[in-house]
Design a protein around this ligand. Structure first.
Ligand SMILES: Nc1ncnc2c1ncn2[C@@H]1O[C@H](COP(=O)(O)OP(=O)(O)O)[C@@H](O)[C@H]1O
Ligand SMILES: [Mg+2]
Length: 254
């Protein structure tokens, strides 16, 4: 295949020019970062797993009518996506206290929240992705109130659906982060779900044992990171029950 032009290299993925205008190729790396890049490591096989997990979740979401950037998976590490103008916000939905909300508000990790809580962060690495309020978002024009309502409504639907999906395979959806982008179709603009949904940006705990099956294993040096991502994929039915130990050697496989 002809070498594609690289447009952007991020912390976990690389974006290449797609085969047609308005498309991109999203390449999933094994790189992992935490604490806004303070910590860097490689989780062998992560890119392959996140490509598959994100594909699976985006397809399930499309089935319930959530518009997403996902078009199709190309190979083990790449997927074809629709190019959007990313809205510089991270929308976080929380069901159970963990991470920054536990720390900032002194809520013991694992406490079920009285209801799902939506938080906004300004997507800006140089500033460390600071938390912002609706006021900042609309005043600085990152999104207008209508677009923000749209994103929140979609995020809550994604939450309801994914809570059920994961509960069905014995996993609690503790929290997750979404990114959205603007898709222009002539004069019309639609906001669609972009980026990825994977154990890199979801907290997933085993429902029975509360064992962590997500990137917190890397952030907190708990080990068995790849195994945790594999377990999520296996429970979603993406990986076979056994004999998946050759993932690393099969990069060119479809
Ligand atoms: N459909 C899309 N069109 C354009 N940009 C996208 C799309 N989906 C995701 N992105 C952007 O591509 C980048 C993905 O790479 P990643 O490694 O996650 O980068 P970062 O380090 O900026 O988070 C992110 O900046 C994300 O906002
Ligand atoms: Mg990212």
């Amino acid at each position: 295949m002809a070498r594609r032009r690289q447009l952007y290299e991020g912390k976990a993925k690389i974006l290449f020019e797609g085969p047609e205008p308005g498309t991109l190729v999203q390449y999933f790396k094994d790189d992992a970062t935490a604490g806004n890049g303070a910590k860097h490591g490689i989780i062998t096989g992560k890119g392959v797993l996140n490509n598959r997990i994100s594909e699976y979740i985006m397809l399930r979401l499309q089935e319930i009518g959530i518009p997403t950037h996902f078009i199709r998976r190309i190979n083990m590490r790449e997927q074809l996506i629709r190019e959007v103008e990313i809205i510089p916000l991270e929308i976080v939905i929380r069901n159970i206290a963990a991470g920054s909300i536990a720390k900032r508000l002194g809520i013991p990790e694992g406490t079920r929240l009285p209801r799902s809580i939506v938080e906004y962060y300004y997507k800006n690495d140089a500033l460390g992705d600071p938390m912002v309020a609706e006021e900042h978002i609309t005043a600085f024009g990152w999104a207008n109130p209508h677009d923000l309502d749209d994103m929140v409504a979609m995020s809550l639907r994604v939450n309801d659906f994914l809570m059920g999906l994961f509960a069905g395979v014995g996993i609690s959806l503790v929290d997750f982060k979404l990114e959205f982008g603007r898709l222009w179709e002539g004069e019309e603009m639609r906001i669609i779900l972009a980026d990825e949904i994977s154990p890199d940006n979801c907290r997933l705990w085993d429902s029975k044992t509360n064992e962590k099956l997500d990137k917190d294993r890397f952030r907190r040096d708990m080990g068995q990171v790849e195994e945790a991502y594999q377990e999520v994929a296996r429970r979603l039915g993406i990986l076979p029950e056994a004999g998946n130990g050759d993932l690393k050697g099969s990069e060119t496989m479809q």
